[in-house]
Design a protein around this ligand. Structure first.
Ligand code: AMP
Ligand code: MG
Length: 420
């Protein structure tokens, strides 16, 4: 863990830590979950591959036809005139033609069916004429056929023994299908990351209960649960903890004991809810950062025992933004996903944006496409850090980095779509 003095050397004139630097400091210190487990290929979407997968088979497993048509021996074809061949039978997917095909014969074949022994070429049915007294007893093949055409070779997609997927790949639909196509019933994956979530604050109450004056409903924990839902982690929900030293200590210790990663919200701003800070300082190794960003200036980061700890700010939008900028990359790294990057796209702003230089601002935006296919973005409404409704209307964050100042209508900006 870097100590506060080294971190302070990279702070700006306001004593704030630039976002990118904060992210790097965090990422450097995280370890990947080390336990591997075997999971049914049916359940494996969203998990992270723990080992390289060498293909146990050729894919396709045998030479087969890429077309509905006729399999034949290329050597039987005349060079300069059409060729008449006798029909010896048929090959369907799952129902091969058994036996060798003799000279002068062809076999009716369907897409995916195994190439009969002796044949090397498939001619598509559309260019073949049927002949003979009995319809279909013979076929006439035109000239211009190429040797081996419309034939898929065994191992053409994946050769037996080759590395198909590397450790650290996030298994999504294509990977799930690919693993199944190799005949794997079970797949080695990283165990799920355990993430504990809790809210702090004497004023914070459970939705569904009655509240008194001066109290608010807990929304942060629910935004966090929503964000975590798409990340395939195991959630330990520890509810709301009042600002009392003994209760906080108990909850933080329990969270650190049960989870790899602890997320709290509230109580990390300067001079506010001192019990949270005091408790964290006592039981963990935690830095209280002022991030050069808006929203989300206060952020606590460190460890309690072996668990990684993020104390997110209390304001509802700041919670989501700090999660997306710091916690999301941390989770991806701890899950063992290699080469993860946030998705950012260039877009043209259709409105002017106020921006103070020297910090990164994440403004809530709505992107869409112009008629000529350009990506446009506009602000989604009031940008107060407690205004969740404009976060809900947004489909992206407009990322304005430290060196940028006010944006004029028509300027290029960077956006982060709100898709995890
Ligand atoms: P704090 O840093 O604890 O003073 O929190 C900053 C602001 O966020 C205050 O207005 C809090 O009431 C609000 N806040 C804190 N926790 C939550 C929560 N779980 N849900 C909604 N708002 C919260
Ligand atoms: Mg508080």
């Amino acid at each position: 863990m870097n100590d506060v003095t080294t971190l302070n050397t990279c702070c700006n004139a306001h004593g704030e830590l630039p976002v990118e630097q904060g992210r790097q400091v965090i990422l450097q210190q995280l370890e990947v979950v080390s336990t591997t487990e075997f999971v049914s290929v049916r359940q494996v979407a969203g998990r992270v591959l723990a080992e390289d997968i060498d293909s146990p088979v050729d894919v396709p497993g045998y030479d087969n036809s890429a077309m509905d048509g006729y399999a034949l021996r290329f050597a039987d074809l005349n060079d300069s005139e059409q060729t008449s061949l006798a029909l010896a039978g048929q090959a369907l997917a799952g129902h091969p033609f058994f036996g060798a095909v003799a000279a002068g014969n062809a076999v009716r074949i369907m897409t995916g069916a195994m190439m009969p022994d002796g044949t090397d070429t498939v001619v598509m049915q559309e260019i073949v004429t049927l002949e003979g007294d009995l319809e279909g007893s013979g076929v006439i093949i035109p000239t211009g056929i190429k040797k081996g055409q419309n034939r898929r070779f065994a191992g053409e997609d994946i050769a037996k023994g080759s590395v198909v997927l590397k450790a650290g790949v996030l298994i999504q639909a294509a990977e799930q299908g690919l693993l199944a196509s190799l005949g794997l019933g079970e797949v080695p994956v990283k165990r799920r990351l355990k993430v504990a979530v809790l809210s702090t604050g004497d004023e914070v109450c459970l939705p569904g209960e009655k509240i008194s004056k001066g109290q608010i409903f807990d929304s942060n924990r629910f935004s966090l649960l929503g964000l975590l839902a798409s990340l395939d982690v195991e959630v330990v929900d520890l509810g709301i903890i009042a600002d009392q030293p003994a209760l906080l200590e108990q909850a933080f210790s329990k969270a650190a004991n049960e989870a790899d990663l602890v997320l709290t919200s509230g109580g990390v701003s300067v001079g506010d809810a001192d019990y949270v800070k005091e408790t964290l300082e006592r039981i963990g190794e935690i830095h209280f950062w002022k991030m050069a960003m808006k929203p989300g200036r206060p952020l606590a980061y460190g460890r309690i025992d072996s668990a990684v700890f993020f104390g997110l700010p209390g304001n509802p939008v700041a919670v989501m933004v700090t999660f997306l900028q710091f916690v999301l990359p941390a989770i991806k790294k701890m899950q063992g996903i290699k080469d993860w990057q946030p998705m950012t796209l260039p877009a043209t702003s259709t409105c002017a944006l106020n921006k103070r230089a020297g910090r990164t601002e994440f403004q809530r935006g709505i992107f869409n496409y112009s008629e000529d296919g350009r990506l446009l973005v506009t602000i989604s409404g009031t940008q107060g850090s407690g205004v969740l409704s404009s976060m809900s209307r947004a489909n992206c964050l407009i990322v304005l980095t430290d060196d940028e100042s006010d944006v004029q209508e028509g300027d290029q900006v960077k956006i982060q779509p709100l898709i995890l």
